[in-house]
Design a protein around this ligand. Sequence first.
Ligand SMILES: NC(=O)c1ccc[n+]([C@@H]2O[C@H](COP(=O)([O-])OP(=O)(O)OC[C@H]3O[C@@H](n4cnc5c(N)ncnc54)[C@H](OP(=O)(O)O)[C@@H]3O)[C@@H](O)[C@H]2O)c1
Length: 272
Amino acid sequence: MDYLQTQGIRLPRLGLGTYRMQGDVCRAAVESALGLGYRHIDTAEMYGNEDAIGEAIAASRVARQDLHVTTKVWNENLVPDAIRRAFDASLKKLRLDHVDLYLVHWPAKHMDLPAMFETLARLKEEGRTRAIGVANFNIALLRTVVEEIKAPIACNQIEYHVMLDQTPIRKYLKAKSIPLVAYCPLAQGRAASNQELIAIGRKHDATAAQVALKWLLDQDEVAAIPKASRRESQAANLGALNLTLDDADRKAIAALPKDQRFVSPGFAPAWD
Ligand SMILES: NC(=O)c1ccc[n+]([C@@H]2O[C@H](COP(=O)([O-])OP(=O)(O)OC[C@H]3O[C@@H](n4cnc5c(N)ncnc54)[C@H](OP(=O)(O)O)[C@@H]3O)[C@@H](O)[C@H]2O)c1
């Protein structure tokens, strides 16, 4: 497994996304993934599955120090007391004494950024999360957090895949040495049936989904968290790490339309 080093943690570059999996389905999927060698699990209080993930981790033989768990505080809970309550609830459901990364899941309109990051920094100081970070922050918000508040954020988790250009924010993150964690790395599954990607995959005896993932993972400071409930897909996604794309493949992928954003709730701020 490849890792990214960021803010004192070692982030496995390929993780398991868990949105829209709950209960037994989620527990079985996480158990399967841990058995296959996944060491990075992505969840959030909003997913309603931290309890199932906690069961799967407890049942696994993976040593805690070998496992990376990310969870997130929902954007209705961004005042200090609510962050603490949400964090305590997440930890309890996950059956852990600390998480590895705690993210602000979505920005909210009237959030008090200094107060939020002070609270997150305290959780880090207390050793209850090893690192803190953000998701769905645009460049303007990142500037405030990174350059004014100087919060030690370990990543920005955003939608990124072969069908969506994220060049401006990638450049900003790279300049600040902050990894980009790509969510919806398979364009919510659509990448698997993309004809250009299928053709590239055929050349390498690989699937279109593997091509889409390797294209992301070949980029500096990028990690990806594909969600897969099926064991075969989980194994195939891990196998993407062994694929070698060539210049012609990258050129063909660069030529795909890149204006497809699939996640954009009304409360998200405008993107740069
Ligand atoms: N921070 C945020 O605001 C945010 C927003 C969205 C998502 N996320 C995180 O990112 C994760 C991934 O995003 P996502 O779940 O929306 O989309 P995704 O990972 O791009 O796509 C998931 C879909 O792809 C399918 N799939 C997985 N591997 C495959 C393979 N090898 N071949 C064919 N199909 C495959 C899955 O099928 P099966 O499940 O049926 O196997 C599922 O339908 C989420 O689960 C969540 O953890 C974060």
